[in-house]
Design a protein around this ligand. Structure first.
Ligand SMILES: [Zn+2]
Ligand SMILES: [Zn+2]
Length: 377
């Protein structure tokens, strides 16, 4: 059966194949929204093709982008629901393809954007690139050098963690916006021109190391506060509820914690005048590094282990063992833990398991609400 025939039989499906729960409604909605999103992206990218000058004005408003963004997300989610529920994959596959194309097209920088340095991208592309990139990099690594040999790629709760990955990728723009707010405020409030100029002229490698050191120092204390202050621990316990460690496990983090942690750690880098290149390279490093230290790999870096955080170091932070409580807070430099008395690396050993003893509910939304519940410990 050709795609055309398959689609025809989907649209003319008998009522018993259309009932709620069959995925038909989701499929038709997804297909419609995918076409709408494609039309909106057309307006965004090629407004002159339509010859309606008012559209150009409309597309320059923030609302236009927000609406487009919401439609893209909805079309994508509904396509997924349809693909899961429905036996015939034609409708869902077509809707998801159109949505992805619209999303990719919307994200390609145009000539004026490139010239002005503005970069418009939507979270969906980011999510897909993330998963492809992360998967290509870490799945083979975890197969070749596993710490827990019997652990499978699709281990328990992988869907939950993938959903965390999805949400933070989708909301990357909102997260970045809120994250940059404190440094924007500081830049307005205090004059740092001299210092900023001096820092921006330092050699690239020095800037990069300085960013790593400053962010890790801030990260260390914020992280430690999340462990020690009971109210904050409710949020952070979500991250520690992971019972298996792999490249995806680190993405399990309460949304509020993401905002606080990123805003705090981004502030020195963005306030002190580091060059954009150094910040970009740092973001790339921290992004891959966060997956790496959670990954199920048994790499030993020899003498380097004293200076750089390895999977074993961060696995101890997630350890279920008594000795693993409140140790190894650093993300880049383990000697910060040595300095502040929280270092724990028994020679050659790994924790016996991962997680915490307090029961955290399963699933994204229940974990989202968990810290706000009165009975949460
Ligand atoms: Zn922690
Ligand atoms: Zn972690």
């Amino acid at each position: 059966m050709s795609l055309k025939d398959a689609l025809h039989s989907e649209f003319t499906a008998p009522p018993e194949l259309r009932k709620l729960g069959s995925g038909w409604v989701a499929g038709v909605l997804a297909f419609t929204l995918s076409l709408v999103s494609l039309a909106l992206v057309l307006v965004l990218r090629q407004p002159h093709l339509l010859g309606v000058p008012q559209l150009t004005e409309a597309r320059d408003t923030l609302y236009f982008r927000i609406v487009l963004y919401i439609i893209l997300v909805l079309a994508f989610l509904l396509s997924c629901i349809c693909l899961v529920l429905r036996k015939s994959k034609a409708l869902g596959a077509l809707a998801v393809t159109i949505t992805l194309l619209a999303s990719l097209w919307s994200s390609m920088p145009s000539a004026p954007d490139l010239a002005s340095g503005a970069n418009i991208y939507f979270g969906l592309d980011f999510f897909i690139l993330n998963v492809i990139f992360g998967g290509i990099l870490f799945v083979p690594l975890e197969r070749l050098f596993p710490q827990v040999r019997e652990q499978r790629v699709f281990r328990t709760e992988w869907r939950e963690d993938l959903f965390y990955y999805f949400i933070s990728s989708m909301l990357v723009q909102i997260i970045s916006f809120i994250t940059l707010a404190p440094s924007g405020f500081l830049l307005n409030a205090i004059k740092l021109e001299g210092l900023r100029l001096w820092i921006s002229q330092l050699p690239f490698v020095v800037q990069l190391l300085a960013i790593m050191l400053l962010t890790d120092l801030v990260q260390y204390w914020v992280h430690r506060a999340f462990h020690r202050i009971p109210f904050l621990w409710k949020f952070h316990s979500v991250h520690h509820s992971a019972q298996t460690m792999d490249w995806l496990a680190g993405s399990r983090m309460h949304f509020l914690e993401i905002l606080i942690l990123r805003a705090a750690t981004a502030t020195p880098a963005f306030t002190l005048g580091f060059s954009e290149a150094a910040i970009q390279v740092y973001l790339l490093i921290v992004y891959v590094y966060a997956s790496f230290i959670h990954s199920n790999t048994n790499w030993k870096l020899g003498w380097m282990e004293q200076y750089l955080v390895t999977p074993r170091f961060h696995h101890w932070h997630h350890g279920i063992d008594r000795e693993a409580i409140d140790v190894n807070f650093a993300i880049h430099f383990p000697w910060l833990d040595r300095l502040f008395g929280t270092y724990h690396m028994p020679k050659g050993q790994w924790p016996t398991g991962y997680g915490i003893t307090t029961p955290v509910p399963r699933g994204y939304w229940r974990q989202f609400l968990y810290p706000f519940r009165r009975d949460a410990k």
